[in-house]
Design a protein around this ligand. Structure first.
Ligand code: NAD
Ligand code: 2VS
Length: 480
């Protein structure tokens, strides 16, 4: 099936205006296409088209109509499921099974869950009595919600469609007009999404898509555009800082899902086989290129050696894992492998570049890696690597485990492995993270708050939390 070429989608029309830049396959390093870099005037046209849509039919849609459109978009993605899977795999190199069971189904689920949530969302009212107020002293206070207006959505390359639609769905459900900028590494499913939205019949300008790079390019033009009323961004913490600086000039509200250096706490009373398998999943799914992945593992001392040996054995046996998204990211991850050794780490498994003896040797692969022996102060333990690697260290008691987990500039997610129910409920709330899984990882309920603390983000996505960000409550007080 011929993949759709990356194109902008502005005011209901596809265009490839702008200098094209190459798109490479992470699997074999070959050039597989070209992507148009949206110049400033295309970004400006997209923002203006969004503003015009708000003043036109899109701005007059009811929540019922918008939710019906979201369901049509979900159906449209479902109808082109294999095309979306192929496009996601082509851009990211991730195993097809992952795209087919996580990325694309979740994109469909994002639109359907927000259609349900937005339609069923109640608002509050308060019958008020103020003794001594003129007349009856009675009033009715009720809340209604207005869309923010033109929302900029900027998304990363690791779960391209899942994370793009995780913002687009609630933004549209709340009545905003959207200008989305996907990662320059992964333009394909975003372009397909624009085609599905076009077919679903959203009014022109309700959803716009521009491609291009970030700093000094389409991303920055969009994030700093004076016509943008809010920015929803997922990406690196350093990028969040840059976007926040630009947003400050216009006091633009931001929703940030940023970096992480997630910890796992494995207590002596844990089911060790379960903890090992859970850590294989949480550290090496999508070759560690998920913000929720575990890069720091702390194991109670009496089980430390047993855990390390079991984990290393499983990691050495890993097959069919995917590549890094780019040569640049592959080189970054390998630079941390070298740094770890320079900092005194023991490489228990992996640590280099695999040799497959096929076209993948031209791709951007690194070996899944397990490290031990570093102090908390090591850069390898403090800085996000965003690859298939974790460092394992021992701890003695519960308080030390919590202290180690919290000794990080990040605070996105964590996992706790223990069969002691009381310990689980004591420890989990003490971990400075937005999401703590106990005896599981990435078990998701789309109604729950999703996001991080410290350098891992601002705000929460998911369920009501997204609808709250993408709308402004208005309190109306009527004297009776
Ligand atoms: N917390 C989460 O939910 C979550 C999810 C996925 C990825 N991430 C984080 O994202 C990072 C990996 O993704 P990435 O490499 O695409 O991140 P990135 O920050 O380099 O890029 C993310 C997006 O921002 C754009 N961008 C870059 N610089 C910009 C700027 N100055 N102004 C405007 N836009 C700009 C990029 O073009 C891309 O579309 C990791 O740090 C990972 O932890 C976090
Ligand atoms: O990569 C980081 C974010 C991942 C988000 C999810 O896996 C999700 O929302 O389920």
């Amino acid at each position: 099936m011929m993949a759709m070429k990356p194109a902008h989608y502005v005011n209901g029309a596809f265009t490839t205006t702008g200098t094209a830049f190459p798109l490479f396959s992470p699997v074999d390093g070959s050039q597989v296409g070209a992507v148009p870099e949206a110049p400033r005037d295309v970004v400006d046209a997209a923002v203006r088209a969004a503003r015009t849509a708000l003043a036109g039919p899109w701005g007059r849609t009811s929540v019922e109509e918008r939710c019906s459109m979201l369901r049509r978009i979900a159906d449209g993605i479902e109808a082109r499921f294999d095309e979306f899977v192929a496009a996601e795999v082509a851009d990211t190199g991730k195993p097809r099974e992952l795209a087919a069971t996580v990325d694309i189904p979740r994109a469909i689920g994002n639109f359907r869950s927000y259609a349900d949530l937005a339609y069923g969302r109640p608002e509050r009212a308060y019958p008020t009595t103020v003794p001594g107020w003129s007349g009856s002293g009675q009033a009715l206070n009720y809340t209604v919600r207005r869309p923010l207006g033109v929302v900029a959505i900027i998304s990363p390359w690791n779960l391209p469609l899942l994370l793009l639609t995780w913002k687009v769905a609630p933004a549209l459900a709340a009545g905003n007009a959207v200008v989305a900028k996907p990662s320059e590494e992964t333009p394909s499913t975003a372009t397909l999404l624009a085609a599905v939205i076009d077919e679903a019949g959203l009014p022109a300008g309700a959803f716009n898509l521009v491609h291009g790079h970030g700093a000094n390019a389409a991303g920055e033009h969009l994030a700093s555009h004076p016509g943008v009323d809010a920015i929803a961004f997922t990406g690196a913490s350093a990028t969040g800082t840059a976007i926040m600086r630009g947003a400050a000039d216009h006091v633009t509200p931001v929703s940030f899902e940023l970096g992480g250096k997630n910890a796992a706490l494995v207590f002596a009373d844990a089911d060790l086989a379960e903890a090992v398998e859970g850590t294989v999943r949480s550290s090496f799914t999508h070759s560690g290129q998920i913000c929720l992945c575990t890069e720091r593992v702390y194991v109670q001392r009496s089980r430390f050696e047993e855990f390390v040996d079991a984990l290393a054995e499983r990691v050495r046996a890993l097959q069919d894992y995917g590549p890094m998204i780019s040569a640049e990211h592959r080189d970054k991850v390998l630079s941390y492998y070298r740094l770890a050794v320079e900092e005194g780490a023991t490489v228990v498994a992996g640590g280099g570049v695999p040799s497959f003896g096929d076209e993948r040797d031209g791709g951007f692969y690194v070996e899944p890696t397990v490290l031990t022996g570093l102090p908390q102060t090591a850069r390898t333990v403090r800085e996000e690597i965003f690859g298939p690697v974790c460092h394992v260290a021992p701890f003695d008691d519960e308080d030390e485990a919590v202290r180690l987990a919290n000794d990080s500039p990040y605070g996105l997610a964590a996992t706790v492995w223990t069969t002691d129910l009381s310990r689980a409920h004591r420890v989990a709330p003490r971990v400075e993270a937005g999401i703590v899984w106990v005896n599981c990882w990435n078990l998701r309920d789309l109604r729950t708050p999703f996001g991080g603390v410290k350098a891992s983000g601002i705000g929460r996505e998911g369920g009501e939390y997204s609808l709250d960000f993408f709308s402004e409550p208005v309190n109306v007080c009527v004297k009776i």
